[in-house]
Write a new protein. Structure first.
Length: 177
């Protein structure tokens, strides 16, 4: 056994945690190596001194004095940065929703114009009422989709009108803490 292997096992040998064969190998090395033997003696001395120390008991009022000191400290301020990011993300989400809805509204206005142009062409060509009716499904579909998008936009406006004051009040209260 070399010195580094012996040093790694010395503490376990002193504590009695080594197997019989490992303990014999460490003891054999200690009998031939004065440096490791001196280290083992130092470790035993430290172990004996540590066992002789008495435990330190805290004062009876220790917990109460620590709690009183904590009570005198000012309350920590919450990090307002998180709220600013939340508001920024919320504003971006609403802007995106309104932008997408307005884009769809503009697209459906073009669909209305195209359907009206188509119906005008059919009517100008002297088509029968059945031809005009068969092509009018374009207008019906466009009107239905436009109505749905207006419903979504109105619902978003209602939610915004109803909950935005609560949310901003809540955020302002959270930042004031």
């Amino acid at each position: 056994m070399n010195c580094s292997a012996c040093e790694a096992r010395l503490s376990a040998r002193i504590d009695g945690d080594l197997s019989l064969s490992e303990a014999k190998a460490v003891d054999a090395h200690l009998s031939t190596c004065p440096a490791c033997r001196a280290l083992a003696q130092d470790l035993r001395t430290v172990e004996i001194q540590l066992e002789g120390l008495r435990g330190i008991e805290p004062r009876a009022d220790f917990t109460a004095s620590v709690m009183a000191a904590i009570a005198t400290l000012p309350a920590p301020k919450p990090a307002g940065v998180r709220w600013r990011w939340f508001v920024a993300y919320l504003a971006a989400a609403w802007a995106l929703l309104i932008g997408l809805t307005m884009t769809r509204v503009i697209n459906w206005q073009h669909a209305f114009a195209a359907a009206a142009t188509e119906l005008g062409k059919v009517g100008a060509a002297g088509s029968t009422l059945a031809d005009v009716a068969s092509r009018s499904h374009l207008t019906t579909l466009a009107a239905g989709a436009f109505g749905m998008e207006m419903f979504v936009l109105a619902a978003g406006a209602i939610v915004l009108r109803r909950y935005l004051p609560r949310l901003t009040g809540w955020l302002a209260g959270a930042q004031a803490i």
